[in-house]
Design a protein around this ligand. Structure first.
Ligand SMILES: Nc1nc2c(c(=O)[nH]1)N[C@H]1C(S)=C(S)[C@@H](COP(=O)(O)O)O[C@H]1N2
Ligand SMILES: [Mo]
Length: 259
């Protein structure tokens, strides 16, 4: 069947919304959809695109990723809350993903591990795991969306990153927070996302310690960002005004990576 004969397929809705989005965003003073900002979840609802079906996650993200960082920053409100889910909706087992296979997951020794804080923070120091585990605790059940075309609901526990940044005396007027990982991965995020109430420095997964495959000893969990923005095996956190880039963004993905 030709596209013109298809009355209102999801694909066409999605495409036309994104064409409108690009047009609206081309005019800087104008914001999308009657000045309403969206989460990726909101945009997917509007386009009738289900994020539970892997092929539609794929098609949808391909379309969204064609928007540039500036368009994404305008489209996705950094203060919006991502949806949360129930215990029964958790995907078990939760998928593993990295730029290497599961047999090459870095083995981090918890006893000798130290988290390094650097850059624009007054409390530049090393943190042991017991010190980090003693920080205030929060849990979230949220959806992780990967640009490779899958999404899954998981449960992460840890300390709210916003509080941690304040505790270490981070300059929260700085532009970026960067992450170095125990593998060769690195990432950076915008300060509004670092301060988002759902951004979690996660030590736990589904009621236990974060296993190696999901990022032991810690990952940054951001339900407002795509999967690749969520660094696992973090060894250093730095605050900076110099754009740090990231493993995937340096290979052509959007830096903003909103979801
Ligand atoms: N250190 C590190 N962090 C990483 C990656 C990686 O390869 N190394 N892959 C990213 C990508 S693309 C995804 S989808 C998620 C996968 O996390 P999971 O294994 O818990 O599903 O981790 C992200 N963080
Ligand atoms: Mo991913």
């Amino acid at each position: 069947m030709a596209d013109k004969d298809r009355p209102s397929s999801k694909k066409l809705d999605r495409e036309s919304i994104l064409i409108d989005a690009r047009r609206a965003l081309a005019i800087p003073s104008r914001r999308l959809f009657g000045k309403q900002l969206l989460t990726l979840g909101g945009l997917s609802m509007l386009t009738g695109c289900s994020l539970t079906d892997d092929s539609s996650v794929d098609a949808f993200l391909t379309a969204v990723s064609r928007l540039n960082d500036r368009a994404q920053a305008l489209l996705f409100d950094p203060t919006q809350l991502a949806p949360t889910y129930t215990e029964a909706q958790i995907k078990r087992p939760f998928p593993f993903n990295a730029y290497y296979g599961i047999n090459e997951v870095p083995e981090v020794d918890g006893a000798s591990y130290r988290l390094h804080l650097s850059g624009l923070v007054t409390g530049q120091r090393l943190w042991t795991l017991p010190e980090l585990y003693a920080l205030p605790h929060a849990e979230q059940i949220t959806r992780h969306i990967c640009v490779e075309g899958w999404s899954a609901i998981g449960r992460w526990g840890g300390t709210p990153f916003r509080d941690f940044l304040h505790r270490v005396g981070a300059d929260t007027t700085a532009k970026y927070v960067g992450f170095k990982c125990a593998d060769d991965y690195f990432e950076s995020i915008d300060m509004p996302t670092a301060l988002h109430p759902q951004t979690l420095l996660a030590f736990d997964y589904d009621g236990g310690r974060l296993p190696a495959k999901y990022g032991y000893p810690m990952k940054l969990r951001m339900p407002t960002k795509l999967g690749y923005k969520n660094p696992k095996h973090i060894v250093e956190i730095f605050v900076t005004n110099t754009y740090p880039g990231g493993y995937w963004v340096n290979q052509g993905y959007n830096w903003f990576g909103g979801s």
